[in-house]
Design a protein around this ligand. Structure first.
Ligand SMILES: Cc1cc2nc3c(=O)[nH]c(=O)nc-3n(C[C@H](O)[C@H](O)[C@H](O)COP(=O)(O)OP(=O)(O)OC[C@H]3O[C@@H](n4cnc5c(N)ncnc54)[C@H](O)[C@@H]3O)c2cc1C
Length: 411
């Protein structure tokens, strides 16, 4: 009976693939991942890292590089948090103030780790697209501030990189220090690489429930037993409000929910991230520019719904002509379980204004991340425990560099 059903499904897939070769994923991609038995939890270790998102992995890499034995404890069977749901734009060029040094250090780490762990980090730079003169003025100021790292483009220069760029585009810039990674490839590759390093392990499907101080050690209680550690790094992103609520409250941490689309385009042009509209305003350097307020007021007047929904257009381009289009941004104490089609429509409208075509959606998802007044929350809630949250909305850009600094001060 089962075999007949299987054979039928296989025939159906084969028929569909013949008709729509690009639309039907291969059989392996359709099957749910097989549950793997979690690695054994060591009884004693130098460092326990809680959470296998980019912040946790970054701290584990740094602790390991300093010779410490490390176990990363992740509550899910594989990481499903903000890091794998992100767009993968490592936005270095537009950072400023407290995020610039971590982003620059992160850039070097991404490139080194991509070679070691075997994933792709494109040194493509990013394409910032200006649709109005005030946006171009901001890019000119950024070019003056980032000597040599920003190449200004006229309309033809943008069109050379983005073939269907609309008539509304007035110019742009290549932000050459930016990188592009595919989080769905990079995060699992980094996790697998780390787990292969001597003295390191990653234990999935295991939640940390509490941390109890002892004499120079911390007893980490998990759903699969206890571990004694010299140091504990809590890197659970927005879930810090559950595990260490006092940290969340002290630092004004809140939750932000975003909607993101994966799509195909008829014409992709150069494979580099595209940033436009309110996403330009989110770049920390631009946020501090004198033009910021003026552009925001104009956008609020022209496209009030887009601004209210926090639509910041970033398009990252991955293998086989796929693009990830993000994202919307709504603050709420708990994520709305119901995706809003109207928000996706705003994202698609905004993309069409820049890309010159409406992307054909193949996948939709939402993601939750932490936000706070400061771009990083680094706290020591108890002796031997460090809590780290990338709360600036760009942990994929900063975490690998931030970890170098926090680990140095903690060991
Ligand atoms: C839609 C979207 C797009 C983004 N795009 C970009 C981008 O292009 N560039 C950029 O720089 N940044 C981007 N970001 C931001 C970036 O993704 C986040 O800053 C970053 O991923 C946060 O990493 P994290 O490790 O703190 O969190 P997470 O990736 O969420 O990891 C936390 C982990 O902790 C685990 N955990 C929680 N509680 C426990 C527990 N008790 N025990 C064990 N494990 C636990 C969770 O299961 C989870 O795996 C984006 C964010 C979103 C939402």
């Amino acid at each position: 009976m089962v075999n007949i059903a299987r054979r039928r499904r296989w025939r159906l897939e084969r028929r569909c693939r013949r008709r729509h070769p690009r639309d039907v994923p291969r059989r392996a991609a359709l099957a749910p991942p097989r549950p793997a038995r979690p690695a054994a939890l060591p009884q004693q270790v130098d460092v326990v890292v809680v959470g296998a998102g980019i912040v946790g992995l970054a701290h584990a890499v740094e602790a390991r590089a300093r010779g410490a034995s490390v176990v990363v404890v992740e509550r899910h069977a594989h990481a499903t948090g903000a890091s794998v749901r992100a767009l993968g734009h490592v936005a270095v060029t537009g950072q400023d103030g407290p995020t610039l040094a971590p982003a620059l250090a992160s850039r070097d780490r991404w490139l080194a780790l991509s070679r070691q762990a075997g994933f792709v980090a494109h040194e493509s730079g990013a394409l910032a697209v200006a649709r109005v003169e005030d946006e171009l003025a901001v890019l000119e100021d950024l070019a003056a501030a980032r000597d040599g790292a920003v190449t200004l483009l006229d309309r033809a220069g943008v069109a050379a990189r983005l073939p269907r760029a609309t008539d509304g585009v007035v110019g742009g810039a290549v932000l050459s220090m930016d990188l592009q990674v595919d989080p769905r490839e990079a995060v699992p590759a980094l996790t697998a690489w780390l787990a292969r390093q001597p003295g390191a392990s990653v234990v999935h499907a295991t939640a940390v429930v509490s941390m109890e101080p002892g004499s120079g050690r911390t007893l980490v209680r998990t759903t699969r037993g206890d571990v004694v550690a010299r140091r504990v790094v809590v890197a659970v992103g927005h879930d810090v409000d559950g595990l260490l609520p006092e940290v969340g409250e002290a630092h004004g941490l809140r939750r932000v929910t975003s909607q993101v689309l994966r799509a195909t385009l008829r014409s992709t042009g150069e494979a580099l991230p595209v940033v436009a509209g309110t996403a330009l305003l989110r770049q920390p350097w631009v946020a501090r520019s004198p033009h910021h307020r003026r552009i925001l007021v104009r956008l609020e007047d022209e496209r009030p719904r887009t601004v209210r929904a926090g639509v910041a257009l970033v398009v990252t381009q991955h293998a086989e002509g796929r693009v990830d289009v993000g994202s919307t941004r709504l603050e709420a104490p708990a994520a709305d379980p119901f995706r809003q089609e109207a928000l996706d429509d705003l994202l698609l409208t905004e993309s069409a204004l820049v890309l010159g075509e409406v992307p054909q959606v193949v996948e939709r998802w939402s993601a939750v991340q932490a936000t706070a007044p400061e771009p990083f929350v680094v706290a020591r809630p108890q002796r031997g425990v460090l809590a780290v949250v990338a709360s600036g909305g760009d942990g994929m850009t900063t975490a690998l560099g931030l970890a170098q600094r926090t680990v140095e001060g903690f060991f």
